[in-house]
Design a protein around this ligand. Structure first.
Ligand code: SIN
Ligand code: FE
Length: 285
């Protein structure tokens, strides 16, 4: 199986190779790049912060607005300050790993994940323990890449465990190609407020690839996988739209999402949209 993990350090002279590794579908892990909690912030490492059924706390680094939590007042402000600090940390990491990306990057939501990965009850389609590429029904990304930074902050040593499929994106998409139907919409979903932008042919294919993977028990079972453990203090970067991944277990993590337009990539031909255009023989944006 092709190795899918690249280990790195911020002072590593070969750090500039990390961008190529990411674009080729690898996970770049910094085994020792911790996000330090400040005094008293360990108190937020509990599912008690959630409102209702949320599985993470989401934070908009542009507005400072927090969602998915029942905390209020002073406690909310302190938790929001912690998540804002993580967002700044993740931006700093990207700035050092991929300075060429910075002028192109679109900073999206930050998420705080104090809940356990392995006990959430949900439908197959929502179950991130099944291999999938990220694609979101209400957030068409119109060809832009989804680049994510994660950090495990578990206070008692618990790894966050993922599985990565052996197939790279193009191989997987080629296997599924027969069943794929480009179904762009004319913009009606956006007009009704169902999506945050128009669902392009690309977005419709990515949703099908996401759902087909998660719903296909036989493929999930048969696909060779590699298990990866991310220890506390580790930070890892990955294009989650281009790597088939599953989160199996773990608790207490942060995540920052960035969108990157194709023109920001070093090798845009490696983007999922270009792979799908090669497969379908038609423009998808
Ligand atoms: C996912 O993107 O599938 C979940 C990753 C995680 O929470 O570790
Ligand atoms: Fe995912």
């Amino acid at each position: 199986m092709e190795p899918r993990l690249t280990l790195a350090g911020l002072d590593d002279p070969r750090l500039s190779e990390a961008v190529g590794a990411l674009e080729r579908g690898r996970i770049v892990m910094f085994p020792s790049l911790p996000f330090a909690l400040q005094r008293g912030e360990e108190a937020f490492l509990t599912t008690e912060v959630f409102s209702g059924k949320s599985k993470n706390v989401s934070f908009d680094p542009h507005t400072g607005k927090t969602g998915g939590t029942k905390l209020e007042g002073e406690n909310l402000a302190r938790m929001a300050a912690m998540i804002a600090r993580y967002s700044a940390f993740a931006q700093d990491v990207i700035g050092r790993v991929a300075p060429g990306y910075v002028p192109h990057l679109d900073l999206r939501r930050t998420s705080f994940r104090p809940g356990p990965v392995d006990t959430r009850v949900m439908s197959k389609r929502k179950d991130d323990r099944r291999l999938h590429v990220d694609a979101f029904p209400s957030n068409p990304n119109q060809g832009r890449r989804i680049l994510r930074v994660f950090t495990n902050v578990h206070p008692a040593g618990l790894e966050r465990v993922w599985e990565i499929a052996n197939d790279d994106f193009e191989t997987y998409a080629a296997k599924m190609a027969k069943g794929l139907k480009p179904r762009p919409d004319s913009g009606w979903r956006r007009a009704l407020g169902l999506t945050k932008g128009r669902r392009t042919a690309y977005d419709s294919l990515m949703l099908q690839l996401h759902d087909n993977a998660k719903l296909d028990d036989a493929w999930q079972a048969a696909e060779p996988k590699m298990r990866l453990g991310f220890p506390p203090g580790a930070t890892w970067l990955v294009y989650t739209d281009g790597v088939l991944h599953a989160a199996l277990s773990g608790q207490h993590a942060f995540e920052q999402t960035f969108y990157l337009p194709l023109e920001g990539m070093v090798e845009a031909s490696r983007a999922p949209v270009r792979a799908l255009e090669r497969l379908t023989g038609q423009p998808l944006l």
